[in-house]
Design a protein around this ligand. Structure first.
Ligand code: SAH
Length: 271
């Protein structure tokens, strides 16, 4: 009897896995409701695939699994949480993907479109966004809870201190909406920082109109020395040639929009 109680109710939170379990069901409901899905009529019998990253003890899973529009997958690394989910959500079956989501071949699991949701482990949230970018053709929408500070960075427009590498890379392909802030006391154990829920939705861009790997290199190289004028920080990318004649090279990276980074990349490419 006691053993069953333990299985059903308790997973010890592990710091190393970024485990802070959301205990407020109203917030859980609000997060799940933030995922914009077609109505059942619009779906015409085909459910929408949704991947939950880090279900833990299933506070979001519970609402997702009862939504008739959702074909739910869940990726979890923690064995104890996996056992808990198997007992409490047996209908997940083989769609409970066991292991490190960062090492999963999502292109093989999802040959077609899938949406992403989760209260992300904060220690790997940036890496999850890079993974989303790797799969951007197939990921139309992400709703997630992350550290408030990271959420502000991702959603930041150019010209602000918070604007950084991941802001530009994500904003090139996604619209980012800061939805709401969540207090640390809504979790067990409470994290040291405030949290925020964001929704990111694929924009209409189909191609970058510049060399994509150079675009990434320009962004990373310039933000590595974010206080310097771009002319000085990207010297190595110009391979000894003088910077082309454009106001862009006199700017600092945090001043440039996605469009301006694209233009800058084209100028450097043509040299
Ligand atoms: N969704 C739950 C848990 C959030 S805590 C809730 O809101 O209460 C973050 C979750 O991500 C934990 O369950 C943790 O075990 C899981 N996790 C951490 N690193 C992971 C990884 N690399 N791959 C998959 N899941 C991971």
């Amino acid at each position: 009897m006691k053993f069953i109680y333990l299985c059903r109710m308790y997973v010890k939170p592990k710091k190393s896995l970024g485990q802070h379990f959301l205990k407020d069901e109203k917030i859980a409901r609000r997060i799940v409701d933030s995922l914009i899905l077609p109505s059942e009529e619009q779906q015409a019998g085909v459910k929408t695939r949704v991947l939950e990253i880090g279900p833990g003890t299933g506070v979001l899973t519970k609402f997702l699994i009862e939504d008739k529009r959702v074909d739910l997958y869940a990726a979890e690394i923690d064995n104890e949480s996996i056992e808990f989910l198997k007992i409490n959500y047996p209908s997940l079956g083989e769609k409970l993907l066991e292991g490190d989501v960062l090492r999963m071949n999502l292109k093989a699991v999802f040959p077609e479109e899938f949406h992403v949701i989760g209260n992300f482990p904060y220690n790997i949230s940036s890496q999850i966004f890079f993974k989303v970018l790797d799969n951007k053709e197939n990921v139309p929408q992400v709703v997630c809870m992350i550290q408030k500070e990271v959420a502000e960075r991702l959603a930041s427009p150019p010209g602000k201190k918070a604007y950084g590498i991941l802001s530009v890379l994500l904003q090139a392909w996604y619209d980012i909406e800061y939805l709401f802030t969540v207090d640390e006391n809504s979790f067990t154990p409470p994290p040291k920082v405030k949290s925020a829920v964001i929704r990111i939705t694929r924009n209409s861009r189909t191609a970058l109109e510049c060399d994509e790997s150079l675009f990434k290199a320009v962004i990373k190289t310039s933000f590595n020395q974010r206080r310097k004028a771009i002319r000085n920080s990207i010297k190595q990318l110009l391979e000894g040639r003088p910077a082309p004649d454009s106001y862009l090279f006199g700017q600092r990276p945090e001043q440039l929009s996605v469009e301006e980074f694209i233009e800058l990349t084209r100028l450097i490419y043509n040299k």
